[in-house]
Write a protein that binds this ligand. Sequence first.
Ligand code: BDR
Ligand code: CA
Length: 303
Amino acid sequence: RKDLIIDCDPGHDDATAIFMALAHSDQYNLRAVTTVCGNNTLEKITKNAHYILSVVKSEVEVAKGPETPLINEPIISAEFHGDSGMDGPTLEVETTSKDSDKSAVELMADILRDAKEKVTILALGPLTNVALLIKAYPQYLHKIERISLMGGGVCHGNITPYAEFNIYVDPEAAQIVFSSGLPIVMCGLDVTEQVEILKEDYEYLRKHSDAGRVFAELMDFYIKGSPAFGATGCVMHDPCAMAYLIDESLFEGKQARVHVDLVGETRGRTVADYESHEANTFVILKAKSNEVANVILKSIESL
Ligand code: BDR
Ligand code: CA
């Protein structure tokens, strides 16, 4: 069982990935959820993180990152995630998760410092916190097993023609992470757009459990944004990065040297050089779509 830290900005698909991690407690011991300014304000997405954990009565510690990306101003994505950053659920829950008195980066560093075995990081939002960790605590980085991240895309963008949202919000942070030398698995739009969940796929979960109901209500809202991206179902961006950690055999990828464009109209674009002898990232390009969707649904079902 590996220790896991989830850095995220919930977010409908972040919430799904958190549920998946908790459903796979035989494989992963979720040690902390850290929040990063992404989909919405830090305050709102942190509240959402507590909510999701509390739906399944988790006592995991939640720590906040800074209110802004390293250089950019925050970019709110209310169009796809709603005013709360995670619109949809109607279930009321009592908070069981713990509000950390440390910052996101301090909590990550403490977990790494004390870890007997290497720790996995799942990064589902802009890479601000991970970049700050890399810069502030180089002495603990050898304790990181790998970083599985949702971000970027070698094909195209979703917030500009070139850039994907998570990388676009904090490109400087992303460049720090890609050039860190740490083992990185990148689930970008190339692969995440291959995995969709349709309404008829998740409907059976609605009456199954609290987590099932919350998941169905999250998806009911999230699916409304799909046509804007030419999708019919709910596109499972963040869950792909967790599904990879659960079962790598469902994915195919290639080693590449990835860098992030920082200037001009392509700012925030991830560029992959597959010929480089200095590969820094395993770029996931293909998923067994139905199987990955099944892992997601079965995870929620098991909670
Ligand atoms: C990414 O942006 C957010 O809206 C999602 O949660 C995901 O992390 C997709 O571009
Ligand atoms: Ca996210």
